[in-house]
Structure formats: C-alpha cells, structure tokens
Design a protein. Structure first.
Ligand code: M6R
Length: 307
C-alpha cells in the first residue's frame, strides 16, 4: 500500500502543481514569520523529524530542534517566542506526544501536527493539522505511515522554503515533481525480493546488526534499525558513521554484520572510509546505496541498489 499511500499524501497537498496547505488551516503568512521549529515525536515519527530537520535547515536555514516526546517535558525546554512546535504522530494518541503538545500550548507556542488518524486527540488539540493519507495502520510496526510522514515533511519543507523566499517557483516545481516520482520508486523497491532474500539469509542468525549512515542516511538508518529489531527480534543499532570510532567500534569483530546506507553523493566518500574501518576489524558489510554512488564491490558481501 505504500506507493498509493504516499501518492495520496502528496496529492492532498499539491493541487495543480502548487503546494496548498490551506485545508490544514496553515496560513502562508503565519508560516513565513516562524523563526524556529521544535519537532516532538516518538519512535518512527521521531526519526521522521530528524529527516525534516535536515531538509528544513538545508532549504530554509531556519533552525530546527528535535525532541523525543518522552524527554521533552522533563528537560524544561526553552521555547522561543516566534517558534512553532510540530508534533508528528500516526495515531494522534501517543501519551508522551500529547503531553508535549499541551506543554507547548501552555508556553504559548502554536502547534502544527502531522497526524494520520482523523479527529484524534493530537489533531483536535493542535492549531493546524496536516493529515497523512496512509489509511488505517494495522501493523504495530509502522511502514506506510512512516513513509507518508516523510512525504508530508518534504512537502512542508518545500512550502516553507517558498514562503521564506529561499527557493524559486521553478525550483519548487521541479522538487515537487521529483517527489511525485517517489510512489513509482517505492513500487520498484517492493519488487526487490530476489535481491533482498540472499542478504536476509546471511543476516538471520546474527545476534547484533549495525547500521551506519551520515546525515540523512543516519536518520533513515535509525528507522531501519528500529524496524529490523522490532520485527526480527535481532538486536540492531544505528550509529552515525563518524561516531562509531568513539567507543562502539570495539564491538565490531570478525563477521559482525554492518549495513551501510549510501544515498548522498557528497557524503559517500566519508561513509565508505568508515566502512573500511569496520572492514579492517573483520566486519561483514552490506550496502544499501543509490546507483550513482561508486563503491568497491569487494568491500561488501551484498549491495542493494535503490532508485
Ligand atoms: O502513533 P505514533 O506515531 O505517535 O507512535 C509513535 C511510536 O510509538 C511509533 O512510531 C513506533 O515507534 C512505531 N510503531 C514503530 O514501528
């Protein structure tokens, strides 16, 4: 269902090629004045916020802070006037996220939520709501809702960049068009069983699996690690490629499985050098990479190319 769910989410906010959030009660002028965003969420939704932070800061230069909702209210957050709190939640009923939303409102900040369930508590109590169109998420392990939250986050970032005058009409149009290619690319990934199966067979008896990534790849790999442990019961953690050497590398031994995410050309060289570090300690490495990122095949036991 992921291709359709993502397509529906994008189509809900892009009308005749133009991004339109008016249904969510999001006023263009209000958005333009926001000086800082505070994203709050749990689990997979928190991982989405880390992607959104990367994209928003990159496109708009507006600072974005991300908090795990269960920590937010206990750290007495300093929320600046002019800021906006963004709560991401599939169910709209997660207790820690609701508490974070209420704290934000107490402190007088407007709250925008990205929610999947219509009329849920978070949706009702927020000033603005961007609904994702994932449909009912029956599985506890979120998949399509996560993808839809990412799609909503990207569209939101584009609108923001446009409101702030950071990207031109043409750039907005071309990036929006690019987003609409996603459902087809997701469909392609869903047909990769033949490529994934041998990799899964090699990983199935592992006690520990490590994900490595930089930038966006790190944010995405956190979700990979969560999903893998949640449904396979194999212990799995994600580390930022450069941070691994500050202690965790001592866990890497002969045969330790390491999955490297390589989707950003400008960071790939650095990430590959971290792969070499773990390889020299005997790790068995797997790559999930974009086609145009060149690797030395012999560095990896398997490498999966995603569109
Ligand atoms: O309903 P929510 O999005 O607020 O739930 C937050 C997390 O509990 C959720 O994303 C969880 O991490 C996923 N179901 C894991 O697959």
């Amino acid at each position: 269902e992921q291709p359709q769910a993502v397509k529906d989410t994008l189509a809900a906010y892009v009308k005749e090629g133009k991004i339109d959030f008016s249904e969510g009660g999001l006023d263009w002028k209000e958005l333009k004045e926001v000086t800082r965003f505070y994203f709050v969420a749990c689990g997979s939704a928190y991982h989405v916020s880390l992607v959104a932070k990367n994209v928003i800061e990159d496109l708009t230069e507006i600072p974005v802070e991300c908090d795990v909702a269960s920590e937010f209210r206990y750290r007495n957050p300093k929320l600046q006037e002019g800021g906006m709190v963004v709560v991401i939640s599939q169910s709209g009923e997660t207790a820690d996220s609701i508490a974070a939303l209420r704290l934000a409102k107490e402190k007088g900040l407007p709250v925008l939520s990205i929610v999947n369930v219509l009329g849920s508590t978070i949706a009702r109590e927020s000033d603005h709501v961007l609904y994702t169109c994932a449909g009912p998420e029956i599985s506890v392990a979120t998949t399509k809702a996560y993808s839809c939250q990412l799609a909503a986050g990207y569209i939101f970032s584009l609108l923001l960049a446009k409101a702030k005058g950071k990207i031109s009409k043409e750039e907005t149009r071309s990036l929006t068009e690019e987003l609409f290619l996603l459902p087809g690319k997701i469909q392609q990934c869903l047909s990769f069983d033949q490529e994934i199966l041998p990799m899964a067979k090699e990983l199935k008896d592992a006690d520990n699996i490590f994900f490595l990534g930089r930038g966006l790849d790190w944010a995405i790999s956190m979700e990979g690690a969560l999903k893998l442990k949640e449904i396979s019961y194999i212990h799995c953690e994600s580390y930022s490629s450069g941070e691994l050497k500050h202690g965790t590398i001592s866990l890497i031994e002969k045969g330790s499985p390491v999955i490297g995410l390589l989707s950003q050309e400008e960071l790939a060289g650095k990430s590959i050098s971290n792969i070499h570090e773990v390889r020299s300690r005997g790790a068995k490495c797997f790559a999930i990479r974009m086609e145009d990122i060149t690797i030395e095949e012999e560095d990896f036991a398997h490498n999966l190319i995603v569109p």
